[in-house]
Ligand binder design. Structure first.
Ligand code: FRU
Length: 674
């Protein structure tokens, strides 16, 4: 919630109604005033932001705040307000910092009895907390802010305690959205993708709960309703009728009671096995990780109004191993065994646990898979499991198990890997070594749509178009976008003489994407050579959102391909490297690269020559590049932040015999209504 705006709104409204808010404390003066302080954690006076050694602190109001990081996380202490009479229905304030209620937090005391309690959510960004104190009116109370913790997140931030009769709605973005929707830059900032999904405001990460229901594709996502960095994770929501155009909807499942709504999935319970709906109106059931108070558990929420409102099940959690790294459930209906199957990650162990259920509420462990995979580092997250056809082998299928690692992936930082094998309803057995899902740096936590109409005969997923290591990309007032939805299949491929052939995951943009093509150019590139030669400008192309399809025929030289968004010593290069037998995206000089030391770089994907040629399909959308090689048998997904404008596209061919055999450029129209 943007509490500043809301606090102002509340103030205005209450002044209008003549029931003024009562300020308890705003910590704007240079001393603690009549608050009692003990220990060292709170320092000699209110802080004015981050303290030495602390990450940046935001979301407080005015200049001063309470921050118990004085002396770092080790220090402890306590701060107690003078007594005050409760004269309004609510006490509202801002809170951030650690999440372990037993050690850090804010309490409301009547005498010596604790009547309300709150804690942070392991974020330095303060967010609004609301206590309903109607039943306590006229009693004398005190506020106690305590820090007895000395480990990680062993501190608490707080600010601006107010008594009010008009509490703001928690995480209400209405005021900011109204303003943003009227602004000239609405969904049109220079790095804002035009045909990829992104949130209107604030931070987003993993796609969650992708499901088709009643004519709508749902795209829930990890979302921070309170800011433009990770925190207060809640489920954001958007729907589409065509998988192209998205409508942003209000928050679906908010963080509450210090428990964040982490990643998970959503199923349509057609048989009403859960009893949350009826067979006439089957419930949508979200199964997601509750993260808070030192552990991760699996929770249920359900909706019987097409995902517009959500109810948390009072029997939550459905799974609790008392484990701090147990997350990201994926549930599907297993037809042969007539039961629900869930896989969840014991992230730190790189183990996936399989469970089954007949009602989504009681789960029995079936088996485990892992540790496995390419990198022996912790963190497996956001698993998915589905059955795919093998291209060209009629009726033949295999199961694909996908998992994402927080660090150590092929292009550096976070990324996904997958196993091809068999799943019998109980156990998954891999029949091949792990392979990389994407060879770029920016494709994470992909999950597939559940409940697609059977006549579509396809599996579709999309991923978070980002990398945890370099996720603080230079955009505002939003951060992050999703990849385009991709159709999945398996293909038997032998990369560059490798033995034996492997089944590889083939990803292609969904067929629907072609509907966005508004015109096609077929420039003459027969004389491409070295140095790179301009093909088109933004003016001719109508913008920075386009798609190119090309056939490259390597010659004697090392490389051939394209440069996009060129400027003074600036370009992103996409090409085939004959020495490395690979397609590459080189974003070393792609524009704004200095926001993180690992951002600039060159990313390689294995590529085979088919009839001496490489086929490329490249989607470029202001700050995104997706390269689909040889009809999707390898993909490179990379973000770029170009400042160069002209030319938008150049071609080059190195050496005798090299040729760009054909090139088609499609202008794509934006999906956002402005
Ligand atoms: C993956 C992840 C998940 C977790 C979510 C929290 O990107 O770390 O494991 O559920 O993000 O936002």
């Amino acid at each position: 919630m943007n509490l500043r705006v809301l606090a102002m709104l509340v103030l205005t409204i209450s002044v209008m109604r003549g029931e003024e808010d009562i300020l308890i404390a705003d910590f704007e003066s240079a001393t603690w005033g009549d608050w009692q302080v003990s220990g060292t954690a709170f320092g000699a006076a209110p802080a004015t932001g981050a303290l030495p050694g602390q990450m940046s602190v935001s979301g407080f109001q005015g200049r001063g705040l309470v921050n118990s990081f004085a002396g770092g996380d080790e220090s402890t202490g306590e701060l107690i307000s003078p007594p005050f009479r409760i004269e309004r229905s609510h006490v509202v304030f801002l809170i951030g910092g650690g999440a372990d209620l037993s050690q850090v937090g804010v309490e409301l005391l009547i005498g010596e009895t604790v009547v309300r309690r709150a804690t942070g959510a392991e974020a330095e960004d303060l967010a609004g907390e609301i206590w309903d104190v109607a039943e306590l009116q006229q009693q004398v109370a005190r506020i106690r802010i305590y820090d007895q913790a000395s480990g990680g997140w062993g501190h608490i931030n707080a600010d601006h305690f107010v008594q009010t009769d008009q509490p703001p709605e928690r995480f209400d973005l209405t005021a900011r959205l109204v303003q943003y929707r009227q602004s000239a830059s609405y969904m049109n900032e220079r790095f804002r993708p035009q045909f990829h999904f992104s949130p209107e405001l604030n931070w987003m990460n993993d796609p969650n709960g992708l499901v088709f229901h009643d004519g709508e594709y749902h795209l829930f996502h990890q979302y921070n309703p309170a800011g433009n960095t990770w925190g207060h994770m809640s489920w954001g929501h958007a729907v589409s009728k065509d998988l192209l155009h998205w409508e942003h909807l209000p928050l679906a499942i908010p963080e509450s009671g210090g428990v964040m709504a982490f990643s998970g999935c959503c199923v349509v319970d057609a048989r009403n096995s859960s009893g949350f709906g009826s067979t006439e109106n089957p419930p949508m059931v979200a199964i997601y990780t509750g993260h808070g108070h030192g552990r991760q558990v699996q929770n249920l929420a359900w909706s019987t109004d097409r995902g517009r409102t959500w109810n948390l099940w009072e029997g939550n959690p459905v799974l609790d191993l008392n484990n701090p790294d147990f997350r990201d459930p994926k549930v599907f209906w297993h037809e042969q065994s007539q039961k629900w199957v869930m896989l969840v990650s014991l992230a730190a162990e790189r183990v996936l646990v399989f469970y089954s259920s007949t009602n989504l509420k009681q789960w029995t462990e079936l088996s485990r898979f892992g540790p496995a995979g390419s990198i022996h580092k912790p963190n497996w997250e956001c698993p998915d499991l589905f059955e795919l056809p093998v291209e060209g082998r009629s009726g033949e299928t295999r199961w694909v198990l996908e998992a994402d690692m927080g660090a150590g992936a092929i292009a550096g930082g976070s990324g996904g890997e997958y196993f091809v094998g068999e799943f019998d309803g109980t156990e998954f057995r891999a029949s091949q070594r792990a392979q990389w899902v994407d060879f770029g740096r920016d494709f994470y936590a992909p999950v597939s749509w559940s409940n697609l109409p059977p006549q579509q005969k396809r599996q579709v997923w999309l991923g978070w178009f980002n990398n945890w290591e370099t996720c603080l990309v230079p955009t505002s007032p939003w951060r992050s976008c999703m990849s385009v939805p991709r159709t999945l299949a398996l293909r038997s491929v032998r990369f560059n003489g490798e033995e034996p052939e492997q089944l590889v995951l083939v990803q292609q943009p969904i067929e629907e994407l072609k509907q966005l093509r508004k015109s096609t150019l077929t420039p003459d590139v027969s004389d491409a050579g070295w140095p790179p030669r301009a093909v088109t400008s933004a003016g001719e192309l109508g913008g920075y959102e386009f798609e190119l399809e090309a056939t490259l025929k390597p010659g004697q030289g090392r490389s051939l391909g394209f440069r996009i968004r060129s400027g003074e010593n600036e370009y992103t290069e996409i090409g085939f490297d004959r020495w490395q037998n690979a397609v590459y995206v080189d974003r070393t000089r792609s524009g704004v690269v200095d926001f993180h030391p690992s951002f600039a770089g060159r990313h390689l994907a294995p590529a085979r020559l088919i009839h001496s040629c490489i086929q490329l399909r490249v989607l470029i959308d202001r700050s995104t590049v997706e390269v689909f090689i040889n009809e999707g048998e390898a993909v490179i997904s990379d973000r770029i932040f170009p400042t160069g404008n002209d030319p938008v596209l150049e071609v080059f061919c190195g050496g005798e015999g090299a040729q760009i055999v054909d090139l088609r450029l499609h202008r794509l129209q934006p999906i956002w209504k402005r």
